[in-house]
Design a protein around this ligand. Sequence first.
Ligand code: IMP
Length: 178
Amino acid sequence: MGADLQEVLVSEEAIHARLGELAREIWRDYQGKDLLLVGVLKGAVLVMADLMRALPGSAPMDWMAISSYGSGTKSSGVVRILKDLDTDITAKDVLIVEDIVDSGLTLSWIMANLASRRAASVQVCALLRKPDAAKVEVPVRYVGFEIPNEFVVGYGLDYGEHYRNLRCVATLAPHVYR
Ligand code: IMP
């Protein structure tokens, strides 16, 4: 896998340290609230696993699957629910756990959708954010790392379903795209 990579943008150690910090912050902020972690499949699987294990106490999770990139590298902005939540989120304090906020199109759609189900609150925790790419302003309360506007893989993020199992976040070498 190493030969396919160009540059490591965020190391495994940095990811774990930052998720630990975010978990403690989230735990403090949600004291006395009815926290539900909502992951967006499939990219958020690894973020969810490590973030929730870093929480000082217990919190339930649920998952949504929506249509996203396929094998390309551009967001379509077209969102379709492939798998909905199992949980009734009425009056719950929903924290959406995301891998990356790129254009923000997907996330703004999910936030509006969940808010319309009468959740008490809907906030976002994203491991990565590409600030230069934002097409819509999405309030992301917890951000792991700001990264440049480049296509990245690893730690749940894929290119044509590959590289999700990479332990760091990296850019791909140009030969991979040919
Ligand atoms: P957005 O709608 O442009 O914010 O992107 C939504 C989804 O696209 C993310 O949740 C990721 O699954 C995927 N995505 C965005 N940027 C990247 C990237 O650099 N690498 C891999 N997937 C990405």
